[in-house]
Design a protein around this ligand. Structure first.
Ligand SMILES: [Zn+2]
Length: 135
């Protein structure tokens, strides 16, 4: 699947806007994400940190949880953005969860420091992944 440039830009903008809402008392590292579903709905998310860092949640998973709780179920692309030197990539836990929802999901990696974006499929970021069909 290819995405139109205006959709890519919209997702990056929505992700960056949501990034402002991040709750980051421990790291002060704000991350935003925004996904679009097959139905054309957009769900955004930010990272939410807790005093016990293990219970914190990333921006990407926040967006996925919002998508499910609002009754949608098939993300086709997700943008993630942070204030980093290079476009930020999802962590391992997020990659695993994103793959579970759509093995062909497009990951749009962005940074607040430039207009550079890197686009890969989740399968490229997480090769040789366990699949339910492998059972
Ligand atoms: Zn993550």
């Amino acid at each position: 699947m290819t995405l139109e440039e205006n959709i890519i830009q919209l997702l990056v903008e929505q992700a960056d806007q949501c990034r402002q809402n991040a709750r980051v008392p421990m790291t002060n590292f704000r991350v935003g994400a925004a996904l679009i579903t097959k139905n054309g709905k957009i769900f955004s998310g930010c990272n939410v940190e807790l005093a016990n860092y293990l219970y914190s949640i990333c921006a990407e998973r926040t967006a996925l949880v919002k998508m499910i709780s609002e009754g949608d179920d098939l993300p086709v692309a997700i943008a993630v953005i942070a204030d980093t030197n290079n476009p930020i990539a999802p962590c391992g836990q997020c990659r695993s969860m994103l793959y579970d929802f759509n093995p062909d999901l497009l990951i749009i990696m962005a940074t607040t420091r430039s207009s550079e974006v890197l686009i890969k499929t989740i399968g490229e970021l997480l090769p040789y992944t366990y699949k339910r069909s492998d059972r």
